[in-house]
Ligand binder design. Structure first.
Ligand SMILES: [Zn+2]
Length: 199
């Protein structure tokens, strides 16, 4: 149970990124790889690399307000195909895909558009897909006290598809289920049927 009706979630790191240091390191990194950075096209690449990664690791601040479920709505709430953009922590290469996020309301509900912001919040950091899936599900369980939670993420990892086995187009699917969506076969089947995943 939660006392306050409004929850304020803001990403405020103690220190912002040091773009100058990141730029210098990126220049050394490229040089070490044998990539000359004195051409016109590459001259500003270290700065752009620093800015791009800084942006990937900075979720937009947002207010997240939950509401009491006064109407007693108890059917599955599902947001399908929420875009996921994250960076794998092993190679620092992007993984991109979609999330299907659902819950069976209990005490509190959340604005539908906010489900996408929760996904973004946990995606904007070095990640592994399994942990990202679980963090979203655990967060919803803790904040909404729902009867059930289901999160499925389907993503293509460029560290797999651009190198190594070159499995272009192959997707990795992860899921985390809590409560009734985990324990009740019919609820679970309904959830997976609505996401288009065959659980
Ligand atoms: Zn990777």
């Amino acid at each position: 149970m939660h006392d306050s009706s409004a929850l304020h979630v803001v990403h405020e790191p103690e220190t912002g990124p040091d773009l100058d240091a990141a730029e210098a390191a990126a220049a050394r990194f490229l040089t070490a790889l044998g990539i000359p950075i004195d051409s016109e096209g590459l001259r500003n690449t270290p700065r752009r690399m620093a800015s791009a990664y800084a942006e990937l690791f900075a979720p937009r601040p947002f207010d997240l307000t939950t509401f009491p479920n006064d109407e007693g709505y108890d059917e599955l709430v599902l947001a399908r195909s929420i875009p996921v953009r994250s960076v794998c922590e092993h190679h620092l290469l992007p993984f991109v895909g979609v999330a299907h996020v659902g819950y069976l309301p209990g005490d509190r509900i959340l604005g539908l558009s906010k489900l996408a912001r929760v996904v973004e919040y946990f995606a904007c950091r070095p990640q592994v897909q399994e942990r990202l899936t679980k963090q979203i599900a655990d967060w919803l369980r803790e904040q909404l006290n729902p009867k059930g939670v289901g999160v499925v993420i389907e993503a293509e990892h460029t560290c797999m598809t651009l190198r190594g086995v070159q499995a272009t187009g192959s997707n990795t699917v992860t899921s985390t289920l809590h409560g009734r969506l985990r324990g009740d076969a019919r609820s679970r089947q309904e959830f997976f049927a609505l996401t288009g995943i065959h659980g």
